[in-house]
Design a protein around this ligand. Structure first.
Ligand code: ASP
Length: 331
């Protein structure tokens, strides 16, 4: 072997050996868990519940960092560009990894190619909620009120491409009326304003809402799933409430940047699995209305499939919904 070739081979072997040794010790320090929305929102709550168990089972702290902005795409872009060493992971969701590509032509990541899927954490039914003092008390009268005050009633959402924005866009296209949009850095702060009566309504994921609905601080008009939620048995489905066309659910899932070493990915997959098998963690998530995936539904391969089908699904749905909104504006 020529000398320089030998050196390259030795150097490559050394890199491989270090890589493997580093992976074998993984994690030997804290893991940063990027949540692309403000604290107190559904994605944050799920990440903190799951992350807490993972900290215990992996023996190193899993620390949530909230990096909000641009409907979650700011935090996800940051996380996608982090070193793929397992020390930066993220909680993506139906918006950041499904709807956003249809809404941001210059988005800097491809949900189907730029990530290492780790696993689905929780399905999250969507509810239509209003402030307590809202004049309409059921979904039918809410629709009538929105139509009568088209574009004037304030709607809280977490930025273009977020779940709250996407699902309310769908709602508006179904009923043929919309609100005046108010943007927040997450539905955590949006919910605070809803409770304070400073905004009128929103579409949000269940985990955020259960405590406030149960204590009567906001009103839940309907849940957009086929069945009622065991966490909110008194809230009617959209079908029961007269709007069967509006049926939609979201999901939250853990990803790493692309090209994470397989043994590191396997450890994270195992840690998420353990968290979702842990009774205490399950109870906390279920009490907040999450729908927990079964073991087959939370594999990295199942998540990759879900992302691919969501990107395909949301593109045309959102284009059609936004065209309906525009056509209504032009009238
Ligand atoms: N999931 C976001 C949050 O945690 C909000 C959204 O996507 O609507 O705030």
């Amino acid at each position: 072997m020529k000398n320089y070739v030998k050196q390259v081979v030795i150097a490559a072997a050394a890199v491989l050996a270090t890589g493997t040794a580093a992976s074998a010790q993984y994690p030997d320090r804290q893991i940063t868990f990027i949540v692309p929305f403000a604290a107190g929102g559904p994605t944050d709550v799920i990440a903190r519940i799951v992350g807490e168990y993972m900290s215990r089972s992996m023996g190193k702290p899993v620390i949530v960092e909230n990096v909000a902005g641009a409907g979650g795409t700011t935090g996800i872009t940051r996380a996608a560009n982090a070193a793929p060493d397992g020390y930066t992971i993220m909680m993506g969701h139906m918006g950041t990894h499904g709807a956003a590509p249809a809404l941001y032509p210059n988005i800097k990541y491809d949900p189907t190619k730029d990530f290492t899927p780790i696993g689905l954490a929780a399905g999250t039914p969507i509810l239509v909620v209003t402030k307590k003092a809202f004049p309409a008390k059921d979904l039918k009268s809410f629709v009538a009120y929105l139509k009568a005050n088209d574009g004037k009633v304030t709607e809280a959402h977490a930025g273009v491409g977020s779940v709250s924005h996407t699902t309310c866009t769908l709602l508006h296209s179904v009923i043929g009326a919309k609100g005046a949009r108010v943007t927040y850095r997450g539905t955590g702060p949006a919910l605070n304003d809803l409770v304070a009566g400073q905004v009128d309504y929103g579409c949000d994921q269940i985990v955020n809402l259960v405590p406030q609905i149960v204590s009567g601080n906001i009103t839940a008009l309907a849940i957009a799933t086929a069945q009622r939620s065991p966490a909110l048995p008194d809230v009617p489905t959209t079908k029961e409430a007269g709007l069967p066309e509006f049926e939609v659910s979201a999901w939250n899932a853990m990803f790493g940047p692309k090209n994470m070493p397989k043994d590191v990915t396997d450890k994270l997959v195992g840690a998420l699995d353990k968290a979702l098998d842990d009774e205490g963690t399950r109870k906390r998530l279920l009490d907040l209305g999450s729908v927990l995936p079964d073991t087959a539904g939370r594999t990295p391969a199942a998540l990759q499939k879900l992302v691919e089908s969501e990107v395909k699904r949301w593109g045309p749905v959102l284009k059609a919904a936004m065209a309906t909104e525009k056509a209504a504006d032009a009238k």
